[in-house]
Design a protein around this ligand. Structure first.
Ligand code: XIL
Length: 311
């Protein structure tokens, strides 16, 4: 997969967990050989890097960055500004809006600054929209107002002028209220001179439900002059997975990859974990699973061949 992607100048990535890299040599072997881009699954989130105020723990993030550099892989930083996986000292309710603003600025400057020149792209703001396209209420919108997105992008650019800056969200793969809201936001950021390089379509899909308007939607964004990446692709199926489900899943993976790569400006496809052995899906979507391209035994599934062929 990696060779096929590199040969055409594309990126094929995976989310990685530092704990599995350390404990599971077969997982680490595939992680290093099959992908030319990696995203830390949890290790760069605020709760991971600053579990107590002012006390930083970069061990997980550093482990993934070191692994990626040793294997010549691009790193996607994930994620700086989100409403989830925040440390409890931050969400406890005792901080004023002015303090929260200051803390967010410091957080972005510290984390982006630490990995300056090493992280190729940052998910600066994650999941800012509600399903209907309105801006999600969050601690950040509450403290800084809707301008928190422009502010975060500006701070990220100051901390690493060379990193590509992304907004990332789910259920924006097809044309709809939420993707249109993202499109309008990107248009207005660009019109106001706010730094923005790309949009991440997460791609947490259900088997057989690749949005028919994916390609058209990618084109709406690249038409604005920003890049698109598929940042968290997985295709969940009802458990137990049948052979027919796995073959439909393979077509879905292939289709997403082909439609991305057909567009100038859609440059990377990242799977959200490559193996069913460690997938987040069964914990978050009970009754669903088998969403990844390698199985519990780390054997390649039909989806792995489909993705490689598309690349
Ligand atoms: C998920 C991780 O995979 C889980 O391990 C964790 O418990 C929760 O977060 N959208 C995102 C990712 O942007 O950060 C989420 O990752 C999945 C949904």
């Amino acid at each position: 997969m990696r060779a096929a992607a590199s040969a055409r100048g594309a990126l094929v990535g995976t989310a990685l967990a530092a704990s599995h890299l350390a404990a599971d040599p077969d997982y680490a072997q595939l992680a290093g050989s099959q992908f030319n881009s990696v995203t830390p699954e949890n290790e760069m989130k605020w709760e991971a890097v600053e579990p107590r105020r002012g006390q930083f723990d970069w061990s997980g993030a550093d482990a993934i960055v070191t692994f990626a550099e040793a294997h010549g892989q691009r790193i996607r930083g994930h994620t700086l500004v989100w409403h989830q996986q925040l440390p409890s000292w931050l969400t406890g309710g005792s901080l004023s809006p002015a303090e929260l603003r200051q803390l967010l600025h410091e957080h972005i400057a510290t984390e982006v600054g630490r990995y300056r020149g090493r992280v190729g792209a940052w998910d600066v703001v994650n999941e800012p929209f509600n399903d209907d396209g309105s801006l999600r209420s969050s601690i950040w919108k509450g403290a800084l107002g809707p301008d928190y997105i422009a502010q975060a992008l500006t701070w990220a650019r100051q901390a690493d002028p060379d990193a590509k800056l992304y907004l990332n969200d789910y259920d924006i793969e097809g044309v709809g209220a939420k993707s249109t809201a993202m499109l309008e936001l990107v248009g207005s950021l660009k019109a106001n001179g706010v730094p923005i390089d790309g949009v991440g379509f997460e791609g947490h899909l259900i088997v057989g439900q690749v949005p028919p308007s994916l390609q058209q939607n990618i084109a709406r964004f690249t038409g604005l002059g920003v890049s698109v990446e598929i940042t968290e692709l997985d295709v969940r199926v009802p458990l137990p997975a049948s052979a027919a489900d796995l073959s439909r899943q393979a077509s879905d993976y292939g289709r997403v990859a082909r439609e991305c790569l057909a567009a100038q400006g859609c440059t990377a496809i990242t799977v959200w974990g490559f193996a069913d052995r460690y997938s987040w899906i069964p914990r978050f979507f009970p009754g669903m699973g088998a969403a990844d391209i390698y199985d519990q035994q780390l054997r390649p599934k039909p989806a792995a061949s489909a993705l490689r062929q598309a690349l």
